[in-house]
Design a protein around this ligand. Structure first.
Ligand code: F0G
Length: 350
């Protein structure tokens, strides 16, 4: 059987209206990659997997929810969609809207969106609007304008986004033949952790799988759910999760608590170190995507989580190609030599 995307595979398990008309780029079906060397660096004795969501069509997990949201909008005849974004939602909305023949408008915080995301949104023909302000301000604007103009809102406030993103939890359980003991992931606007929890709960009821503990991880400079209050001026190198007022914050806190997990914060240094650690195991992710594992390492090292004998899945939400500048900024630039054998030999023997 050929693979036809998350709605074809899991649509019967999703709460989508009758009028939904599938618009797909064959998203989902991403690999669950064992990372034994990283597991060893976390103390060993754990079966650790990366769910590499960067391998979706536009390079992030957003495509799972976007296929659902755009399919619903297309099915009721919507001609235009709008979203606020730190970048990945914008690129995904732009691609799926293009696929559906719809207009897409995306609002992004000026100067705070990684190059690969902005380029994607532009390439797919979206109208990209930069806001002199934060993601949170952009989100407030799109919520208001979508009430006034015929624009379908495709941020994760849209319930169909959550429905689509549940499929990642289904895939994890189907691939493992059970739920993991722990699942760690980055948290920004908190749609993804909400969706994973909904998906795991649904499988728990319908397939009797266990419920994992969820570890949600924010960047220390943008950690409203850890601080217990909104952050007016969020900052972090992980621009994808540079969010101070998560729309689904309450649900994220509930998911963490009900699962017997928690939400923690990690520094930019920890994020970049883990990004490097993953890259050295062959998996290049964007900074935000390394936050989940960075948080897991922190909790294990602090003796607050014991994963010995356990199965752990780390969700890596976006591809490293999204944010090439960060590598140039934080790592050594390549050496330059004249085109001479001696120069090359000298360099390699040094
Ligand atoms: N990882 C990446 C790579 C993201 O792009 C995002 C969110 C998250 C994690 C956090 O997911 O918001 O569901 O908690 N990016 C959004 C965007 C905000 O606009 O692309 P979340």
């Amino acid at each position: 059987m050929s693979y036809a995307g998350v709605l074809a595979r899991y649509g019967h398990l999703l709460d989508l209206p009758q009028h939904t008309a599938p618009v797909s780029l064959l998203e989902g079906n991403t690999p669950l990659i064992p990372v034994p060397r990283l597991a060893q660096s976390l103390g060993g004795g754990v079966e650790l997997f990366v769910k590499f969501e960067g391998l979706n069509p536009t390079g992030s997990f957003k495509d799972r929810g976007m296929t659902a949201a755009i399919s619903e909008a297309a099915g009721r005849g919507a001609q235009a969609v709008i979203c606020a974004s730190t970048g990945n939602t914008a690129a995904s909305a732009a691609a799926y809207a293009a696929r559906a023949g719809m207009r897409a408008v995306v609002l992004i915080p000026e100067g705070k969106v990684a190059a690969g995301k902005l380029a994607g949104a532009v390439a797919h023909g979206a109208q990209v609007v930069q806001i002199k302000g934060s993601f949170d301000q952009a989100l407030a604007l799109v919520v208001e304008i979508s009430k006034k103009l015929p624009l379908a809102l495709v941020n994760s406030i849209n319930p169909y986004r959550i429905e689509g993103q549940k499929t990642a939890a289904f895939e994890v359980c189907d691939a493992l033949g059970q739920a993991p003991d722990w699942l760690c992931l980055p948290v920004g606007n908190a749609g993804n952790i909400t969706a994973y929890w909904a998906g795991f709960q649904q499988y728990h009821i319908s397939k009797n799988t266990a419920l994992p503990h969820l570890l949600g991880v924010q960047a220390a400079g943008s950690a409203p759910l850890v601080l217990g209050q909104a952050v007016e001026h969020p900052e972090t190198v992980a621009t994808a999760i540079r969010i101070g007022r998560p729309a689904r914050g309450e649900q994220a806190l509930q998911a963490a608590e009900q699962s017997g997990g928690r939400i923690v914060a990690v520094s930019d240094r920890q994020i970049l170190d883990m990004q490097l650690g993953l890259a050295r195991e062959g998996i290049w992710v964007e900074p935000a995507s390394a936050a989940g594992l960075a948080g897991l390492a922190q909790e294990i090292n602090g003796g607050r989580i014991d994963v010995k004998g356990k199965i752990v899945v780390a969700v890596c939400t976006g591809h490293g190609l999204k944010d090439p500048d960060i590598v140039r900024e934080s790592m050594e630039p390549p050496q330059v030599i004249p085109p001479e054998l001696r120069a090359l030999e000298n360099l390699l023997l040094r």
